[in-house]
Design a protein around this ligand. Sequence first.
Ligand SMILES: NC(=O)c1ccc[n+]([C@@H]2O[C@H](COP(=O)([O-])OP(=O)(O)OC[C@H]3O[C@@H](n4cnc5c(N)ncnc54)[C@H](O)[C@@H]3O)[C@@H](O)[C@H]2O)c1
Ligand SMILES: O=C(O)C(=O)C[C@@H](O)[C@H](O)[C@H](O)COP(=O)(O)O
Length: 534
Amino acid sequence: MPPQLRELPREPAGEVAVLVVIVGPPGSGKTTIGRALAAALDAPFRDVDADIAAAAGKPIPDIFVDEGEEHFRALEREAVRRAVAEHDGVLALGGGAVLAESTRKLLADVTVVHLRVDLGEAVKRTEIDKGRPLLQVNPRATLRRLMDERLPLYREVETFAVDTTGRDVDDLTAEIQARLAVRTVEVRDAETPYPVLIGRGTTDRLPEFLGKATRVAVLHTTSTAALAERVGSLCPEGVDATLMELPDAEDGKTVAVAEQVWEALGAEGFTRTDLVVGVGGGAVTDLAGFVAACWLRGVAVLHVPTSLLGAVDAAVGGKTGVNTAAGKNLVGAFHPPRAVLVDLDHFTTLPKRDLAAGLAEVVKAGFIADPVILDLVEADPAAALDARNPVVAELVERAIAVKAEVVGSDLKEGGLRAILNYGHTFAHAVEKLEHYRWRHGDAVAVGMVYAAHLGAITGRVDLVDRTKAVLSSLGLPITYEAGRWDDILKVMKIDKKNVGATQRFVLLDALAAPVVVDDVTAEQQREAYERLTG
Ligand SMILES: NC(=O)c1ccc[n+]([C@@H]2O[C@H](COP(=O)([O-])OP(=O)(O)OC[C@H]3O[C@@H](n4cnc5c(N)ncnc54)[C@H](O)[C@@H]3O)[C@@H](O)[C@H]2O)c1
Ligand SMILES: O=C(O)C(=O)C[C@@H](O)[C@H](O)[C@H](O)COP(=O)(O)O
């Protein structure tokens, strides 16, 4: 019975929030930036201070003088409650609105942008407006006190923060817009559903997913050390972050490295409510997931993938593992993450060759489920190789949507999930024979050409030319060394998909119509190898 794939979302998932609330201290630019943001989003702007003044029939300084601050705060609580319930668009709150616990509760499920500013610039900006009631006497000292008191409250409600110091309005508006455009793909039917956030700046959302953790282990490599520092610093007071550096790439995916991390977790007193965070490429997230799956028989793991391949594949789906002398990923566990924060900003430092390797898995998602991916890559391969190009965001979303749909209905590879292994039977053999010095994505590229040959040889669809063309347009390898068939066959015989002595392959009956077959003859397998190397 061929595996069945439910109808996939063909459009990128998620949406920009309708209500965006702006908070921040006096002088942070709530009204100016709020207005500019509303214009950019083509949405209405509303200012709670203006609502209060209109309802009271007098300016805010007069309310303070006539009725006092307490009365003003009561009016403000009610005005915020009403505006949050009624408004669709951008809503600026007064600087002190977050003092009310009821307001902070109200903001818990709302997108809140916290505008930050340093004291010197806030003083300069507020000097222009002489009417601010709380800043009449000793404005600098008062402002410093207000900022210190309120900072934890802004942080409590913020979805993300943006520092406005020294920046112009257009630049800030563009950044906020980009950060609001976060898509969430929900991995739905896994044992515990979890979100994959995709966008710019999603790393900063980490505090939302800490749960009851008081200790966080941030696993990373040299290439992601600075980011790991940043991730650690996102942990609030009361949560201790420990950074653990792993050997790079496949050298970090070993039982010996896992054991060292477990020893470190023991030394830190890691408990069941604590959290492991993987910050890196697929090798780091595979190891982090494996470490978390085994420590105390399972603690939570969250992934911040920094490679394209990690984002579209390794970090999503809960497969974790290490390599051993016996082969690639043969030891591991299914252990879905608590959340995945795909931050597109991280791919800009990724070497081009690694970006291309990630695109191999994206292309795989195109062949097995979403051919629009192939159209997009074929239309402009150079754009796909440019991490800043918007097409990369769309490719990432589409590939993750494919993976989420599959693993959501078959976490433990009882059936459908095997389709994600398209090209991998041959790829894993190459990786082992090359002592894990080949990039995984490069091996998958060659593996897909092999699978395409097998498809044609077994009388299915002939996608060989299209496969070779799209992969080589990305600079990916499409051939392998001749004369190694016996070695390759030996490794393919211990592939995880095999049932007893029966080898199983994922092939395509047609584009986006994958099947798992168990009747490919030895001659056909060899013929595909000859065509690949010939
Ligand atoms: N669990 C799964 O479902 C799954 C799926 C696909 C792949 N994988 C595994 O993932 C691994 C491959 O992942 P990969 O391609 O990310 O390889 P990788 O983790 O080895 O990363 C590739 C290289 O890029 C560097 N790097 C990562 N992020 C960077 C950044 N932002 N800037 C600069 N350099 C950066 C790394 O240090 C490394 O040198 C393989 O071990 C593969 O088996 C697992
Ligand atoms: O998630 C899956 O399932 C996959 O097969 C995705 C593959 O792209 C990935 O390389 C995975 O690590 C391979 O899994 P394995 O079980 O064959 O090691």
